[in-house]
Design a protein around this ligand. Sequence first.
Ligand code: PEP
Length: 249
Amino acid sequence: MRKYIVAGNWKMNNDLTETQSLLKALKHETNSGNAQVIVAPTYVNLYPAIEVLKDSDIIVAAQNMHQNASGAFTGEISAAMLKGIGVTTVILGHSERRAYFYESDELLAQKVDTALSNDMRVIFCFGEELADRQSGNHEKIVESQLRNALFHLSANQWSKIVLAYEPVWAIGTGETASPEQAQDMHAFIRKVVGGKYDATTADNVTILYGGSVKPANAKEIFSKPDVDGGLIGGAALKAQDFFEIVNAF
Ligand code: PEP
């Protein structure tokens, strides 16, 4: 049975004090739904986040990591460093990493391998741009992103993969894919995974939707059978909004 997840990607927001106070507020919210809750603060606040959340079910994830184990990579963070402070989930391939830091599918394949060889769980983001959707190429693009970055994995390794379909045109824009568009793409993704692997792998993989999810639209999007939760940006920065989304499950 696949897991339901609601993950908050805080991006480059919240200093130490803001991180601690948002997390304390999150701890006081009640998770009355079925979803596992994940928060991804910026690197320097990961350890303080782990400390604040010690006695909570909320899981702390990193927003990125380097593909190499160690070495002369100024400014970068390794899987072992994350694991050393207790972070075992990492977001990879976010569209902002792809756009601003030129992360390619090939690089992401390496990052995925590094994460998995360190026994980390990966939330793998992918999705088409507006022009791809307008030209009707969205499925082709999504399929190639999956193929290039993930299809070298064995079926067993997929137990550590969470997919996050995030149409780029819906991220931070206020524009959301309709619940039907999300469902159609999630069903397509599951079909592609099933075609490459098998029905069990396809059925077990959690597929999150990301792109301007808010308390007002979460319930409808999450009601779709192939949508197993959300990756939330802007609305994850307010405890009450985030938990309204969590409890939409
Ligand atoms: C994101 O950055 O992954 C995201 C979905 O952002 P937002 O919810 O703000 O669109």
